[in-house]
Design a protein around this ligand. Structure first.
Ligand code: PXG
Length: 297
């Protein structure tokens, strides 16, 4: 049976996917001038939707972009979009707000109206095996953009820094890349925050190194603390990574996923670690918990 085309929200209207288009003069396209969020729903629970919307509006504030909807209107539009597409179980949501249509100069004053896009789609489950057995990664030469530049603290449409890193991972035939900051400390993955476990202490870099304040990162910290682990936010060196007992990534798409090899060094015994596995198990329970999300129905 052929599925009906998905409906995409653009500026308050719904268009079938094949007709959902924006202008080539849109500054989101021309200059990466905009912000976004990637969100997931599990069994009809839009996990941490309010937190994602809060972060979207924070990103907007940082780049002086006035989103023409209130947070409540945005939340309702996400839920409505899921309903229109009959996505009542597991889904993926992409919110994009760009500076809007302007001219061929980069001056944002030429863009009178931001563009708001909500894509709700099925979630493509790929790399399940990798997730279970753990990922391989390299530390890449691509440095995270510094905090006084296009820092990933702002979830902007500028992802070339992450894409360059991902290309290096592809070239090295590993799953992911880990970026250092300019000082040489471990920052994050291409679209994931990073953690290590050493002697049962869970460590993650502070976001002041230029990493995104990941929502999954925060959830992982809360789960680890609830399980009685000490969680420390401090600088991690490449050697700390190599010598850790366990390492894992966190992210909306990645969830909590073990990292078992970095630059050809086995992490711990090269298998997903026990602390990581406990966190993964709790995470998979939490994502369906309506106390941690917004129901579609
Ligand atoms: N760092 C960066 C640079 C990210 O882009 C994370 C960390 C993890 O943050 P959350 O809040 O998701 O725990 C991200 C997240 C995608 C996609 O489709 C990317 C992200 C999230 C969802 C989907 O590429 N980035």
């Amino acid at each position: 049976m052929k599925k009906e085309e998905l409906l995409i929200y653009i500026d308050g209207e719904y268009f079938p996917k094949s007709e959902a288009k924006i202008s080539v003069y849109n500054h989101g396209f021309l200059y990466g001038d905009g912000i976004f969020e990637g969100i997931r729903a599990y069994s009809g629970n839009v996990f941490k939707l309010r937190e994602h919307i809060d972060r979207l509006y924070s990103s907007a504030k940082a780049i002086m972009l006035d989103i023409p909807l209130t947070k409540d209107q945005m939340l309702n539009a996400v839920v409505e979009s899921l309903k229109k597409n009959g996505l009542y179980e597991d889904s993926y949501i992409r919110l994009v707000v760009s500076r809007g249509e302007g001219d061929l100069g980069l001056d944002p004053r030429k863009c009178p109206k931001p563009t708001v896009i909500i894509i709700t789609d099925e979630i493509k489950l790929h790399g399940r095996e990798a997730k279970e057995n753990g990922l391989t990664a390299i530390i890449t030469w691509v440095k995270r953009d510094p905090v006084d530049a296009t820092s990933h603290e702002i979830k902007s449409l500028n992802y070339l820094n992450s894409i360059l890193a991902k290309l290096e991972a592809n070239n090295a035939q590993v799953d992911e890349a880990i970026c250092l900051n300019k000082e040489g400390f471990v920052c994050e993955g291409v679209a994931e925050n990073i953690f290590i476990v050493s002697n049962d202490v869970v460590v993650t870099p502070p976001t002041s190194t230029g990493a995104l304040r990941g929502i999954t990162r925060q959830v992982a910290i809360e789960i680890a603390e609830a399980l009685g682990y000490v969680v420390v936010k401090k600088d991690i060196t490449p050697a700390d990574l190599f010598l850790a007992d366990e390492a894992f990534f966190t992210g909306t798409a990645a969830e909590i996923v073990p990292v078992v090899e970095i630059n050809k060094r086995k992490i711990g015994d090269g298998k997903p670690g026990s602390v990581t596995k406990r966190l993964m198990e709790k995470y998979h329970q939490l994502v369906k918990d309506p106390d941690h999300g917004v129901p579609v129905r």
